[in-house]
Ligand binder design. Structure first.
Ligand code: PLP
Length: 386
């Protein structure tokens, strides 16, 4: 098969491969799914009803590339409430999930040799897309002893004349780390000083267990070089609906909308109508989900910490636990493989999130307390028999 060279540079998200393998194993053993990063809850009823109504009202056609004006306006208002910063609806671009914001932003600004600083361990698609677009990935290590918060001073020391973009993600996948207001202030200062864009992946903005959500957008000096990524997948348990959005300077929004015209024309219109209800309707189901995630977090972190050779930081947001397993003496990739094949516990090796994830495992606790307890028992069995 003759393919473009760039295909050899495209990475992947191993969670989807692991999910496939785990599903295949299900015909011969019971599998506990702690691999994929999606809420196990159903989308709240009022959102589903809004989608049905939208279908009956004829929202089955193409819409504007940047998104339905009513949803762009609802996102602007919601974001103002969440982040405390004024947003003009023209700054909002609606996309099929949050992921395209990453791809489109990197496509719009990264040229051959441009450097992009990004968290490692981190969401694997950042590195994949940087490589695909011929940029130079510059990973900044997230350290367990800093509760997996990026070190803003380290970022400043990595800046070069070729640095085009800094990607941040808080609350973070895979570690659950959360950046403080001071961390964000320092990162904003660096970006402004060197005229660098920032892509702030805030997809887990509402899944936070301590304090209030802090966004880098609170620093007005960064606004002309900031793209915020957020969406509906995680907060409203809507992964399959494929709706996300970016908030950015109006001129950049026009560019992203043009890329969208080229790539997928627009985002599903009846899904967008339902998203208006997600943002303006009752919030109690989201609150219930977050309370349930908190309970599960406490169960899994305590359980993991009791396993010989494991130690686990308390995640402050998102729904992932990221224990250090070096003390087991087993390579993390081998351990993830054995857990799935021998014990039916599907989880990911830290290296799925980059080289600095070595020595760790990632467990998504978007599963019931009962299943988490079952997984913990099985992990204990495997470790004690190894
Ligand atoms: C850090 C991060 N950003 C973005 C996304 C993309 O979410 P979606 O495209 O479903 O909105 C994910 C999904 O796992 C994620 O973990």
């Amino acid at each position: 098969m003759r393919l473009a060279d760039r295909m050899s540079r495209l990475g992947t998200e191993t969670a989807f491969d692991c999910l496939c393998r785990a599903k295949a194993l299900e015909c011969k053993m019971d599998v506990v799914h702690l691999e994929i990063g999606e809420p196990d809850f159903d989308t709240p009823g009022h959102i589903r009803e809004a989608a049905k109504k939208a279908l009956d009202e004829g929202y089955t056609h193409y819409g504007p590339s940047a998104g339905l004006p009513e949803l762009r306006a609802a996102v602007a208002k919601y974001s103002e409430r969440l982040r405390g910063v004024h947003v003009n609806p023209d700054q909002v671009v609606i996309t099929p999930g949050g992921k395209p914001v990453m791809a489109f932003a990197i496509m719009a600004m990264v040229e051959e040799g441009d450097e992009v600083i990004y968290p490692n361990p981190g969401f694997p698609i950042y590195e994949s897309l940087i490589n695909y677009m011929e940029g130079t990935p510059v990973p900044v290590r997230l350290r367990e002893e800093r509760d997996f918060r990026l070190d803003a001073e380290e970022i400043a020391s990595m800046v070069s004349p070729r640095t085009k973009l800094i990607i941040i993600n808080s609350p973070q996948n895979p570690t659950g780390g959360v950046l403080t207001r001071e961390d964000l202030r320092l990162i904003a200062e660096t970006a402004v000083k060197h005229n660098i864009w920032v892509l702030a992946d805030e997809i887990y903005s509402e899944i936070l267990y301590e304090g209030k959500f802090e966004s880098i957008s609170q620093f007005p000096e960064i606004h002309e070089r900031l793209i915020i990524l957020d969406g509906f997948s995680k907060t409203f348990a809507m992964t399959g609906w494929r709706v996300g959005y970016g908030i950015m300077p109006v001129q950049m929004a026009e560019k992203l909308a043009r890329i969208q015209t080229n790539m997928n024309s627009c985002t599903s219109t009846f899904s967008q109508r339902a998203c208006i209800d997600a943002l303006t309707g009752p919030h109690d189901e989201v609150d219930r989900m977050v309370a349930e995630f908190r309970k599960r977090r406490d169960v899994i972190v305590k359980g993991l910490a009791e396993i010989p050779g494991f130690r686990c930081k308390l995640p402050f947001g998102a729904f992932y636990a990221f224990p250090n397993v070096e003390g087991t003496g087993i390579d993390c990739e081998v351990l993830a493989h054995r857990l799935l094949e021998e014990k039916g516990v599907a989880c990911l090796a830290g290296t799925c999130f980059g080289k600095y994830g070595d020595g760790f495992l990632r467990f998504s606790y978007a599963n019931s307390v009962k299943n988490i307890a079952k997984a913990l028992e099985r992990i204990k069995e495997l470790i004690s028999s190894s």
